[in-house]
Ligand binder design. Sequence first.
Ligand SMILES: CC(C)(COP(=O)(O)OP(=O)(O)OC[C@H]1O[C@@H](n2cnc3c(N)ncnc32)[C@H](O)[C@@H]1OP(=O)(O)O)[C@@H](O)C(=O)NCCC(=O)NCCS
Length: 175
Amino acid sequence: MANPEMAGECFIETARLILRTVTPADVAGVASSWKLDEGPIPLPEAERVIQRMRANHAQNRPGKIVHLCLAILSKETNEFIGWCGLDHTQPADADPALFYLLKSDDWGKGLATEAARALLDYAFTRMELPSIHGGAAPENLASKRVMEKIGMKYVGLDEEGGYAFTISRKEFLDS
Ligand SMILES: CC(C)(COP(=O)(O)OP(=O)(O)OC[C@H]1O[C@@H](n2cnc3c(N)ncnc32)[C@H](O)[C@@H]1OP(=O)(O)O)[C@@H](O)C(=O)NCCC(=O)NCCS
């Protein structure tokens, strides 16, 4: 299909990272990284994870994301170092939630900020989403800081006492 967004495929390159949808050929990388620092999952489980992700991705369209989950690969090592994406599977959510997770070896290098910023750009310019929200647990000040650094607007505490953020396409494009 000519339009990769319509085919559920996504490939984003930043200075140090590749963010991309995975294929069945990525089973070893998915197995090694899916649970981050908890260690690898069995290959058959990784195969099921990939199938589930690809089924979700097939439902995404410009203007409407159901669930997008991208592997984060280091360009330097070509290894899977984490995951990021957008989730709009919660019926109560007015817009998709941003998420990002990295193996702890790679914390503190600005990589989550680099990934999240590129994902916002993709969400607003390629997927044409009107707005995105994000949340950081009360103890997760690193995640809160990432949302601040990528220009999301703090809107207060959520029901669990976590930090709630939002950003609209207009705010992102004007920034
Ligand atoms: C949250 C997470 C993604 C951050 O990744 P990262 O690559 O280390 O983030 P960055 O380096 O881009 O930015 C982290 C910022 O938080 C700051 N920070 C880190 N720990 C902090 C703390 N305890 N208190 C305040 N700020 C803190 C860093 O100094 C940095 O800000 P700065 O650039 O202004 O100095 C990573 O810790 C992680 O994967 N955690 C587990 C999963 C998770 O919680 N995901 C978020 C939920 S969606």
